[in-house]
Write a protein that binds this ligand. Structure first.
Ligand code: ZN
Length: 441
């Protein structure tokens, strides 16, 4: 038998929205990659390969980022754009479309490694990535899958198809998605989606081509920015459609595997259509605030049980939940109800990841993939079954240890099997080259 049985004892277990939300002192039994039992008090007397006494440390589920861009990992601290953007489309033109054009194989690889490293340090064990590197398209998703395999996380891959770099580039992007879909569709740790940048950078002819290439495949789904800014809606209307969602739907591109990102300027009718199609909606509050594009309504979040993503802004999901809470509060009057961002993170995201990967992900209960974020957390106030939400939102940050699929990947804040120093040194070198190139675009 290759299976390894690992027993974690003497631990506080917090699983918001899980079967058992709080255990003051308990144990977690892991067999190979899966949690097989969780319980109160001392562990059952069984033979195990390893017993680890967590000495009262706090365990929460490994977290899921439902939408991000690892390609932007080297953007931190980059020089300001030559021309100051004055609206959303200019932010894309002046910053992100220059960054993605400048990426080559080396800088893309360095971005993936640095981004995934940061994710693990934040206790994020499943990542839905939306990738763009127009000058290094062919093989980029395989590179991401290979690098993620070293770190141990689950990864959803997609390459942003767009018209903005010409016909040949559109075709290369489409082919990269289809090749990766076929290559990884049966890999349990890789969920391939068909990436599209946004409706406003794709012509009717391109949408038609995408559908005609996809319709022979099984269980394909798109991953696309929708109605992030009013400009996207204006474009769809100028093409004679009611909305972006209406436009995508008329080209048969919406289905239950679709990942619809943002949806801020969508209509009630669009949300009803997405709900009926059982599509996934993902909310990215800090990115929306940063780009000043508006705020997704409470109603749309609730109706579609929206997931939570960071849209490349950061890797720490607890910070995203905390800042999402504060951003929304700043739009409210005293006493008005708000959205529970922990519900997005610990209920909706696990449902989304479990649907996508076809097994239980994101909770601390039997049958779930054994993904754990472990904290040496000793706050100034007691943690109880009644107040753990406050501690998660305002107390926890980066975990001390992270277990992915039953294996320690971070121990005492250090990587167990990848050289962090080499990854950082390479990322710093590649970021300098990348920033030089951006200035010349
Ligand atoms: Zn995005």
């Amino acid at each position: 038998m290759n299976q390894k049985i690992k027993l974690l004892t003497n631990t506080r277990i917090i699983d918001p929205f899980g079967e058992t939300e709080y255990i003051e002192n308990g144990y977690i039994l892991i067999e190979d990659e899966t949690i097989v039992k969780i319980g109160v008090g001392s562990a059952p007397k069984i033979t195990v390969d390893t017993t680890i006494d967590l000495n009262g440390k706090t365990v929460i589920p490994g977290m899921i980022n439902a939408h991000t861009h690892l390609y932007s990992a080297l953007a931190m601290g980059m020089p300001a754009p030559k021309n100051t953007p004055t609206n959303f489309v200019e932010i894309l033109q002046e910053i992100w479309w220059k960054l993605d054009l400048a990426l080559d194989k080396d800088s893309t690889g360095a971005s993936f490694e640095a981004g995934l490293l940061d994710c693990l340090h934040s206790g994020v064990t499943t990542v839905f990535d939306h990738h763009s590197s127009p000058n290094f398209a062919n093989g980029s998703l395989e590179l991401l899958s290979n690098i993620t395999n070293k770190f141990g996380q689950n990864i959803s891959i997609a390459f942003e198809i767009t018209d903005r770099n010409g016909k040949e580039n559109f075709n290369t992007g489409l082919q990269e998605n289809i090749n990766s879909f076929n290559k990884f569709k049966n890999n349990p740790y890789v969920h391939p989606l068909i990436g599209m940048h946004a409706s406003f950078t794709l012509s009717n002819e391109s949408l038609k081509t995408i559908y005609s290439e996809l319709k022979g495949l099984q269980n394909w789904g798109i991953h696309i920015h929708v109605a992030e800014d009013e400009a996207d809606e204006r474009n769809a209307k100028s093409e004679g459609y009611e909305s972006v969602v209406d436009r995508l739907n008329r080209f048969n591109l919406i289905n239950k595997h679709s990942f619809i990102i943002h949806g801020i300027h969508s209509s009630d009718k669009d949300i009803a259509l997405l709900k009926n199609a059982r599509a996934t909606l993902v909310h990215n509050p800090t990115s929306n605030a940063n780009n000043r594009v508006g705020i997704l309504s409470d109603e749309y979040i609730s109706q579609l049980n929206a997931g939570l993503g960071t849209d490349g802004m950061r890797t720490n999901m607890l910070e995203e939940a905390q800042q999402g809470t504060l951003i929304r509060s700043s739009h409210l009057q005293g006493g008005e109800p708000s959205i529970d961002y922990l519900e997005l993170l610990f209920k909706n995201n696990p449902e989304i990841a479990s649907r996508a990967f076809g097994r239980k992900i994101g909770h601390l209960s039997a049958g779930n993939q054994a993904d754990l974020a472990i904290y040496g957390y000793n706050p100034q106030t007691a943690i109880t079954e009644n107040n753990f939400a406050g501690h998660i939102l305002f107390g926890l940050s980066n975990p001390n240890d992270v277990i992915v699929r039953g294996k320690y990947r971070i121990k005492n804040r250090k990587f167990t099997d990848v050289s962090e120093r080499n990854i950082k040194a390479n990322a710093q070198k590649q970021s300098q080259i990348l920033w030089e190139k951006i200035l010349n675009i």
